[in-house]
Ligand binder design. Structure first.
Ligand SMILES: CSC[C@H]1O[C@H](OP(=O)(O)O)[C@H](O)[C@@H]1O
Length: 364
């Protein structure tokens, strides 16, 4: 096979560009990169209300568990920044807006983790003697900015721990997008790939396009190409072949929720990749912050799986791609049983089975 068709051959070096930021506070509004338009258009939307944020999360203008949590946190502040009344009224409004934002999508636990953290901070501030309504609002903005800043550092730490599992010249397959666009920066699954690039390693990435919303082709391939990282785009149904060819030595993906027993909810198609990896003796790694680990959910069976509208499947490429009226099943996520997970990589280190016991240790 000549190099022109062998993805394992080095890709021409591109000059790395500054990574795009998915969610940024812009002084008086939230500046949100509209990920639906990537890779063709880079458009930042100014969000000024909680309703703007709810709509952006629901329609995947912002997506990716940590990025959803960060956007929702700012959405709580936006929802009360103009509120009138005393501390009690503002506190009630904070709870109301957080509970409203919690209805935007059901699977990524970071959404609920971030909203619960905002409510807890609000309650802690509200009981301070003499605190004013404006000080309570200011505390909300401060907490949202803290959540964002912490996520950036968390992702970098995940990258450091994950790098220990990879090696120069390794082939790595990933599914969906768990990169900088899904977080404050760096990403979770893609974080070690950025650090590997900084170290001068040549890790060859195979990115599943990830139907039906194509986060892999539109976002992961875009992000990695912008960073000058060797990436080959494949259709989801090609993952088995590239593994059989020996081009993949590790799989690394993100996640939207890890249950207490280590079962992992992630983008639809992840379970299939995990089964293929096991069949080929390839390690299957899941990268996530502690905020994605949900000890309150015992197993993957209890994780709510979002089902999205049929148009994501029946329409695409600018035309209808299925007969009118055909039945459609469009789950946005699936659950990979913990038996298929080689390790879960967090900011506190790499966790292996028995997950029930070892995940709890992360939380002290
Ligand atoms: C770092 S979390 C990324 C995670 O979120 C994605 O789902 P969606 O694009 O629908 O928000 C996908 O499951 C990724 O693995």
């Amino acid at each position: 096979m000549n190099n022109s068709t062998n993805p394992a051959a080095p890709q021409s070096e591109g000059a790395a560009k500054e990574p795009l930021q998915s969610v940024q506070w812009a002084g008086d509004h939230l500046s949100l990169l509209d990920q639906r338009l990537l890779p063709e258009q880079i458009v930042y939307l100014p969000l000024t209300t909680a309703e703007d944020v709810w709509e952006a999360i629901r329609h995947l203008k912002v997506r990716g568990a940590p990025a959803i949590g960060i956007a929702a946190a700012f959405g709580v502040y936006l929802g009360v920044s103009g509120a009138e009344g005393d501390v009690r009224h503002v506190l009630d409004e904070i709870v109301r807006k957080a509970d409203y934002l919690a209805t935007s999508r059901p699977t990524a636990v970071n959404l609920f983790w971030a909203l619960d953290r905002m409510k807890a901070r609000a309650e802690a501030v509200a009981v301070r003697s003499g605190v004013t309504a404006e000080e309570l609002k200011a505390a909300m903005l401060q907490e949202a900015m803290l959540i964002r800043a912490e996520d950036e550092e968390t992702c970098r730490l995940i990258g450091e721990h994950a790098l220990g599992l990879l090696a120069d010249e390794m082939g790595v397959l990933t599914h969906c997008n768990a990169g900088g666009l899904a977080t404050a920066k760096y990403g979770t699954a893609l974080a070690p790939l950025y650090l590997a690039k900084e170290r001068g390693w040549n890790v060859k990435v195979f990115a599943d396009e990830t139907r039906p919303v194509l986060q892999g082709s539109r976002l992961t391939a875009f992000e990695l190409q912008q960073a000058g990282i060797d990436v080959t785009l494949i259709c989801d149904n090609m993952a088995g072949m590239v593994m059989a060819k020996g081009w993949v030595q590790a799989v690394i993906v993100g996640t939207d929720r890890v249950a207490a027993n280590g079962d992992v909810a992630n983008k639809i198609g992840t379970y299939s990749v995990a089964v293929l990896a096991k069949a080929h003796g390839i390690p299957f790694y899941v990268a996530c912050p502690l905020s994605t680990i949900d000890l309150g959910t015992p197993t993957g069976a209890e994780i709510p799986i979002e089902e999205r509208n049929e148009q994501e499947i029946t329409e695409g490429f600018g035309k209808r791609t299925a007969p009118v009226g055909v039945k459609v099943f469009n789950p946005a996520f699936d659950v990979t049983p913990h038996e298929y997970v080689t390790a879960i990589i967090t900011e506190k280190g790499v966790v292996t089975a028995p997950y029930e016991e070892n995940l709890r240790k992360l939380f002290g």
